[in-house]
Ligand binder design. Structure first.
Ligand code: MRU
Length: 350
């Protein structure tokens, strides 16, 4: 397996990101030199997808540490705290962002001079990136075993290399199944309002040579009813202890449709997406984004000015609709609470 594009790269004193808002029209890269620029890139979704947000956040915190010009450890730590707050305030739902912030904070608590702490924080960010990449490779390998020869797989949003700074989760599995010669085909939901499916998933599948067809979100039920979907695979932004899963708005609708048609519905996510602090999906913080994402497409108005709009970025799929959760530590099935606890123990005892 080979990572298709370096979507996020640490360059020693800056971070290079592919600008996801410009795809598929243009493959352009941003070179960000300070933590505020990284925070803006996360907020504006130039970098998006839960694991990629976590990796960008870690590099943003490392850049913030490099910006602090003092030899006083106390002053360094108090200014670093503000950097972490700025990064953590960008987007509320993806657990990976907070996991990365917690790891960086812990790394900064080790003894040593300011110079040593800066080195340690850079090393920690690189290690967070490497761990996400390794996790997505394993998820792709494990998940491919669930896909049968000739299957048509439906996916929602984008959970490929762009979203993960690695091989992809849901899309990593699909690309790996294709690579294994399973002769699969993909139905890609366009994923309104930001069109991650139409813009990004199609771009990645095209590059990987996987046969696919793009559909509007409202077509998923039609294809399921006609028996043309064998399974659904999606990514996740945050998973509660009972398996309830937050993912891109529209995922819940797809899950209920799959359940009604007795089609397996798989969630693929690394352990950095699991939130041990929350019991059920009801506690997952949700993001409401601006009205313009709904009333405009590519800057063009598609609705009258000044109307009321709802724009929740995520929804929660209750675990009863989920057939299995594919993680780098194993495939978890009901009862999810027990399964999630068990694989967490496996890691601890390693
Ligand atoms: O708002 P986005 O584009 O960051 O939302 C992304 C998703 O919902 C993805 O499906 C999720 O982060 C999984 S990425 C492997």
């Amino acid at each position: 397996m080979k990572v298709p594009v370096k979507t996020i790269e640490w360059l020693g004193d800056r971070v290079r990101l592919i600008d996801q808002t410009r795809l598929p029209k243009e493959e352009s890269y941003l070179e960000l030199k300070d933590h505020r620029a990284v925070a803006a890139a996360i907020r504006d979704m130039q970098v998006r997808g839960a694991p990629a947000i976590g990796v960008a956040a870690a590099y943003g915190i490392a850049l913030g540490a490099l910006e602090i010009n003092t030899s006083s450890r106390d002053e360094f730590l108090s200014r670093l705290e503000k950097v972490i707050e700025t990064i953590a305030a960008t987007r509320p739902t993806a657990r990976n962002l907070f996991m990365a912030a917690e790891r960086m904070k812990k790394a900064a608590s080790a003894p040593g001079s300011v110079t040593a702490l800066k080195k340690r924080l850079m090393a920690e960010a690189i290690s967070i990136h490497a761990a996400e990449e390794a996790a997505t490779r394993e998820i792709s390998r494990l998940g491919a075993s669930l896909i049968n020869k000739g299957d048509t797989v439906l996916t929602h949003c984008n959970a490929g290399p762009l979203a993960t700074a690695g091989y992809g989760t849901a899309l990593g599995i699909i690309i790996e199944a294709h690579r294994q010669g399973k002769g699969i085909r993909v139905l890609v939901d366009e994923t309104r309002p930001r069109l991650q499916g139409a813009r990004l998933t199609t771009w990645e599948l095209k590059a990987a040579g996987v046969p696919f067809r793009l559909i509007t979100d409202s077509m998923a039920g039609h294809f399921m009813q006609r028996g043309e979907v064998n399974c659904v695979i999606v990514g996740a932004d945050r998973i509660a202890r009972n398996g309830d899963t937050a993912n891109k708005i529209g995922t819940y609708t797809v899950a209920v449709l799959a359940y009604a048609h007795q089609i397996p519905f798989y969630v693929a996510a690394p352990f950095t997406t699991f939130d041990r602090n929350i019991a059920t999906g009801a506690e997952i913080p949700s993001e409401e984004r601006c009205a313009g994402e709904v009333t405009r497409i590519e800057g063009q108005a598609i609705a009258p000015e000044g109307i009321e709009v709802c724009n929740p970025a995520f929804d929660v799929t209750p675990h009863k609709y989920i057939t299995a959760i594919i993680t780098e530590r194993g495939i978890i099935r009901e009862p999810f609470g027990e399964g999630i606890g068990e694989v967490q123990k496996i890691k601890k005892s390693r």
